[in-house]
Design a protein around this ligand. Structure first.
Ligand code: ADP
Ligand code: ADP
Ligand code: MG
Length: 669
């Protein structure tokens, strides 16, 4: 069967199935709705109550939580489209968005795939294939090897010829996975084994390519879109230099690094790259720049996570353009109608703990509070209060995106947006994102892709001491939670003792932080209360705020703060930042057991992918014991102290539950 032309594959449709989840499914539904389309969501067993399911007109259960049983199951998705009369599928990003078999299957079933054809995907989707094409088209490439032969000697010879340091990359890679920087020849073989393993697990394909590792690079990429009538335009560039482990963290548009001539040059190179395959649909051409030269690294044949920054500076809705191209329309804009307005910057909010090597955090979201609607602030979220973050998928919860006339103002607006976003129940990277974007070197654009790694200690500060304001907010949070509990339970002791008190009474609070305990006494009578802190007495009142959070009056000043009690932990956010403090509850039973801190346990459910020591081996503190794959990322578990490996309690391939001990180490001496 010969491939159909793009024009033959495009047609007007009324019902769109979104083969994705989370924020991007919500984002696509929003525009599809506005264009009058009927929308169909698909979901896994873990996502039955997810936001995207509720947003769509219809929804179809695909199967169990595991992606390969649900969001990656092509048969089930096609079946869902047929059952619901969906005539088109939008793949979002990740999952099947760059899967040529899926695009081909849609075409064969008469379903419009919102994206390029399978053939274009095959030509550009693999990093090696696209580099071969770009070489022919005369687009500058990073020096490297992207051939078919994959034996160790070929790769080693290629690396030696290119010169170290090199980057070993999975040809099918995405999201920074399957990629290792190799500094010298003796590191190469181990790096390739581990990158191949990660690539096989993530993409089902472990072919590698080798590239010169560009030093102090910046990541610049160009948004393009083509229609089925041969028109192709670029929509300016984005800069995504702030990365961790080759994964973007902050993205902005336009690039603060390029001047007008450089901007025009990189956009022209991108149009040439996409033009080489007569590209149809939205796509991104990615480059790295060493400050002098700009080299093509890959093309993503889909909508990108960071597409909103482009939308905010161009005023174009990229999903609308994607859908209109899929209808078979001509692009409604010409190149000279794409103009640059202001500056936009985006931060990716993840459920992860920056203080613990960015370990993903899963569980139920207890609080989900985002700022009031403000001009120039956009929040693309896939979660709300009460929803559960599952270990089966990517940990990105939302994107906070700010627009302003200048870069400096956009950064300030983004920071304010982050500060007013409060997510509790799972640990998030929000404080880290705030610290990052307000770092003086980020403000001044003195960055490269290793910036985060270098500055990590400054970006993940140890906890700071509580001031009177945070202590007041903590007391306010406890009182508030008791008030709610008392409202629910008419027999609560707080009803009798706390709130109908006669005369002056006193209640003592003890809060514990790493650096010690703080004591606060609340003295209250009819009408007025005071807090006694370190010998000072401050007038005190606290009530639920109409804006959410608490209105706290302390020493005559009204503060708007956030405070939440979760078990014994009090979460507080004030103008001084975010704080977590342990409340030593006089009535509660303290469970001080530090599970896991001195044992090798699975921090989250995962799969054992490698055992790095043998039973009986002597290990130093911090020695790598085994590798666990958690939420698609490899995590190395290390020895908590020096000793001997007494027993390995798992084997490669085991799927382990959270909290299970995986290895027993006998301490030395
Ligand atoms: P972007 O360039 O849009 O930032 P990334 O490469 O970071 O995109 O990936 C976007 C999302 O898709 C991430 O959540 C990533 O985990 C996921 N992803 C990327 N490529 C693949 C793939 N081939 N298979 C599965 N998930 C992928
Ligand atoms: P992915 O498909 O995972 O997005 P990329 O090839 O786009 O893979 O690489 C991810 C990131 O790694 C890039 O954004 C860039 O910052 C960095 N990178 C990629 N290639 C090179 C290189 N040759 N030299 C230096 N950094 C690179
Ligand atoms: Mg990339």
């Amino acid at each position: 069967m010969t491939a159909k032309t793009p024009a033959a594959l495009c047609r007007r449709f009324n019902t769109l199935l979104i083969a994705n989840r989370g924020e991007i499914a919500c984002r696509v539904i929003r525009t599809a709705r506005a264009m009058g389309l009927r929308t169909v969501a698909v979901y896994s067993e873990a996502d039955a109550d997810a936001v995207h399911v509720a947003l769509a007109d219809d929804a179809v259960l695909l199967g169990p939580a595991r992606a390969r049983d649900s969001y990656l199951n092509i048969d089930r998705i096609i079946e869902a489209a047929k059952k619901t009369g969906a005539e088109a599928v939008h793949p979002g990003y990740g999952f099947l968005s760059e899967n040529a078999d899926f695009a081909r299957r849609c075409a064969a079933e008469g379903i419009v795939f919102v994206g390029p054809t399978a053939e274009m995907m095959e030509a550009m989707g693999s990093k090696s294939g696209s580099k071969a094409l770009m070489e022919k088209a005369g687009v500058p490439l990073v020096p490297g090897y992207h051939g078919e032969a994959q034996d160790e000697k070929t790769l080693a010879d290629a690396a030696a010829k290119i010169g170290y340091p090199v980057l070993a990359k999975a040809s099918a890679g995405g999201g920074g996975r399957g990629m290792r920087v190799v500094n010298s020849a003796d590191e190469l073989s181990a790096a390739i084994v581990s990158a191949k393993r990660e690539a096989l697990a993530a993409f089902g394909d472990d072919r590698m390519l080798i590239e010169k590792f560009v030093l102090n690079p910046r990541h610049i990429e160009v948004q393009i879109i083509g229609d089925s009538h041969g028109n192709l335009i670029s929509l300016l560039e984005r800069e995504c230099t702030l990365q961790r482990r080759h994964q973007k963290v902050i993205e902005e548009a336009p690039s603060p690094t390029l001047n007008a001539a450089q901007r025009e040059a990189v956009c022209a190179a991108a149009r040439k790259a996409a033009g080489a395959v007569n590209y149809v649909g939205a796509g991104t051409i990615e480059f790295v720049s060493d400050g002098k030269e700009t080299f093509f690294i890959e093309m993503n044949t889909r909508l990108q996570v960071e597409h909103p920054v482009t939308e905010l500076i161009t005023g174009v809705d990229l999903v609308e353009l994607q859908l209109r191209v899929a209808f078979g329309e001509k692009l409604p804009l010409t190149q000279d109608q794409i103009t640059l307005n202001g500056h936009a910057i985006e931060a990716r909010v993840y459920a992860e703990n920056p203080n613990k090597n960015f370990m993903p955090s899963v569980g139920r979201i207890r609080t989900w509070q985002t700022p009031d609607k403000v001009d120039g602030l956009r929040i693309d979220a896939g979660y709300t209060e009460g929803k559960t973050v599952s270990p089966n998928y990517d940990a990105m919860l939302a994107k906070v995106i700010a627009w302003a006339p200048t870069r400096d103002l956009a950064i300030s607006r983004l920071n304010r947006g982050l500060e007013e976003t409060d997510v509790r129940g799972v640990i998030t990277n929000i404080p880290f994102l705030s610290a990052l974007i307000t770092h003086p070197d980020v403000r001044a654009n003195r960055i490269d892709t290793s910036f985060i790694e270098r500055e990590l200690a400054k970006l993940t500060p140890a906890e700071t001491a509580l001031t009177e304001l945070e202590l007041g907010a903590a007391v306010g949070a406890i009182l508030q939670s008791e008030k709610i509990a008392a409202g629910r339970d008419a027999h609560s002791p707080w009803r009798a003792s706390g709130w109908t008190a006669v005369g002056m009474r006193q209640r003592n609070f003890v809060f514990r932080q790493a650096e010690g305990e703080r004591r606060v006494a609340l003295r209250y009578g009819s009408g007025s209360s005071v807090l006694a802190i370190d010998g000072r007495e401050l007038s005190f009142a606290s009530s639920a705020s109409a804006r959410g959070g608490l209105d706290l009056v302390l020493d005559g000043v009204r503060h708007h703060v956030a405070g939440l009690l979760d078990g014994h932990e009090v979460y507080v956010r004030t103008r001084n930042g975010r704080f977590e403090v342990h409340w030593v509850d006089p009535f509660g039973t303290e469970d001080e057991e530090q599970a896991g801190a001195d044992r090798v346990v699975a921090p989250l459910p995962g799969t054992v992918v490698a055992l790095l020591v043998e039973e009986g081996a002597a290990v130093e503190k911090g020695a790598a014991i085994l590798t666990l794959e958690v939420m698609k990322m490899e995590q190395t578990l290390r020895a908590p102290f020096a000793g001997t490996v007494k027993q390995l309690k798992c084997k490669v391939g085991d799927i382990v539950a959270e909290g299970v001990e995986l290895a027993e180490i006998e301490p030395k001496g």
